[in-house]
Write a protein that binds this ligand. Structure first.
Ligand SMILES: Nc1ncnc2c1ncn2[C@@H]1O[C@H](COP(=O)(O)OP(=O)(O)OP(=O)(O)O)[C@@H](O)[C@H]1O
Ligand SMILES: [Mg+2]
Length: 461
């Protein structure tokens, strides 16, 4: 609302602008026409007067007759006549305007067009030579020109006023068409920011404004979707935290009440430690994800030999697999494969994927850790002989908690953050992580493609 006041309303601006533009156009047209009308009116009257003079000059008897009777040519127009004889004598009511110059021109056979004063009034003067060697002069009051000018100017005012009114009206209609859907969109945006969801902005008005409504509608849907996911995530987080807490609290109470004593104490301590470790790991993952999603995550980039890195990881994972009877294999290039990356984060990625694979791979089935050159970069793979992933699983594999929720109770699961962390890590390292359900070993296959250096967004920090 404050913004609206500061900038002025769009509707008022459009109406003011269109009206102002129309007013300028009307003013210029009016000014030009005002002056032209006067000139044209005078030219028209003069032309008419000259034609009358010519007709009279061609019929001298008529002119003489008019002169003898001292008549006016036409009653109300007040046209007066004067005759110049070949001798130079002048007769008639408008004799006053026939000066020596005019008389001389007429006697020389020239047409004369002038303005003069007759009986104290300004008149138009038109003179033509007659066939007899003299001349004929007609005068007409200038007031006739004024009257014609006023008539024409009067006729001009209405269309100009209509043009101005029409422009203001068109401006108002345009403003309404633009401003209404815009304010409706703004109202909806305010309601969205106040937390309301499920709102629909009607797609009306010009294409760009309708596009805004469509964008707001999809923003509403996206917000609702993301908030639902957030809620589900919080529910699963609290569930995840509550289980070890309940266990720990049970053991703590049993210890305090001396229900557990003697030889049972170390075992209770071990259970407590395992639960605390689970909590610790979960909180660590949460923190990692939060930091990966925020911008304060920094990479420690260095020249890393991936062959050596995989060799170290293989030492750990072959021992763990041996414990579970899983057939661990490693595929290495057996020569240095060096890229610029963050070795610690790569190891974190490999361990997370191997942990998942080991959890679902039955004894006797294979688990493969593979690394090889891929263009200028490298390709890391963790494959297993476990139950694998369906196409539907692959679609949501990297959404936090999605697969864990799907398989809770079906196969062993963790806290549901591992793959979401893995994707964020791979992206930060400038790489791409993908999942497939058809490893040659029969189970899932997770592939990480790494560039020669993490130059992408978030990289080389
Ligand atoms: N190699 C795999 N084969 C089959 N299922 C897998 C595989 N890797 C992951 N999954 C499934 O995907 C789920 C999600 O894995 P993710 O690593 O994101 O979370 P998690 O392992 O459950 O918990 P966390 O890694 O945070 O301890 C797993 O619980 C598991 O059901
Ligand atoms: Mg995991």
């Amino acid at each position: 609302m404050r913004t609206e006041r500061r900038h002025g309303s769009l509707a008022v601006s459009i109406v003011l602008l269109t009206t102002a533009v129309a007013a300028v156009a009307v003013l210029l047209t009016g000014l030009f026409a005002w002056r032209t009308i006067r000139t044209n009116a005078e030219a028209q009257e003069r032309d008419q007067l000259a034609r009358q003079a010519e007709v009279l000059a061609r019929t001298p008897p008529l002119a003489g007759l008019l002169l003898q009777r001292q008549q006016r040519i036409a009653g109300p127009s007040g046209t007066e006549l004067a005759l110049v004889q070949p001798s130079g004598d002048v007769a008639g009511p408008s004799t006053e305007v026939v000066g020596p110059g005019l008389r001389k021109a007429l006697l020389a056979g020239e047409d004369v067009s002038a303005t003069a004063v007759l009986d104290g009034r300004e008149v138009l003067v038109e003179g033509v030579p007659t066939r007899t060697g003299g001349g004929l002069v007609l005068t007409q009051p200038m007031s006739d020109v004024d009257a014609a000018t006023d008539r024409m100017r009067g006729a001009l005012v209405l269309p100009l006023a209509l043009g101005l009114g029409g422009a203001a009206l068109a401006g108002a209609l345009l403003a309404r068409r633009l401003a209404r859907p815009l304010s409706s969109a703004a109202r909806t945006a305010h309601r969205l920011s106040a937390g309301e969801r499920g709102l629909t902005v009607p797609s009306e008005g010009p294409a760009e404004v309708a596009e805004l409504a469509t964008a707001l509608n999809s923003l509403d849907a996206a917000l609702a979707h993301s908030e639902n996911r957030q809620r589900d995530f919080l529910l699963s987080v609290s569930h995840e935290i509550r289980t070890p807490l309940t266990t720990a609290r049970g053991y703590a109470e049993a210890l305090a009440d001396e229900v557990i004593t003697g030889d049972e104490v170390p075992e209770a301590g071990r259970v407590l430690r395992t639960e605390m470790e689970r909590l610790e790991r979960f909180v660590g993952d949460l923190l990692a994800l939060a930091r990966l999603e925020a911008d304060d995550f920094r990479l420690d980039v260095d020249e890393v030999d991936l062959d050596a890195l995989v060799e170290q990881a293989a030492a750990v994972w072959s021992a763990r697999c041996a414990r579970d009877g899983v057939d661990f294999r490693v595929e290495r290039p057996a020569q240095p494969l060096t890229i610029a990356t963050d070795g610690f984060r790569i190891r974190q990625l490999v361990d997370g994927l191997a942990e998942n694979a080991l959890r679902v791979t039955p004894a006797g089935r294979p688990l493969v850790l593979a690394v090889r050159q891929d263009g200028a970069g490298a390709r890391l793979q963790v494959r297993d002989g476990g139950p694998g992933l369906t196409d539907a699983d692959i679609e949501v594999a990297f959404e936090r908690g999605a697969l864990t929720e799907r398989y809770r109770g079906v196969r062993p699961v963790g806290s549901g953050l591992g793959l979401a962390v893995a994707r964020r890590l791979a992206t930060r390292l400038g790489g791409i992580i993908s999942a497939a359900g058809n490893a040659p070993e029969g189970g899932a296959c997770f592939t990480v493609l790494l560039p020669p250096r993490p130059d992408g967004p978030g990289g080389s920090a």
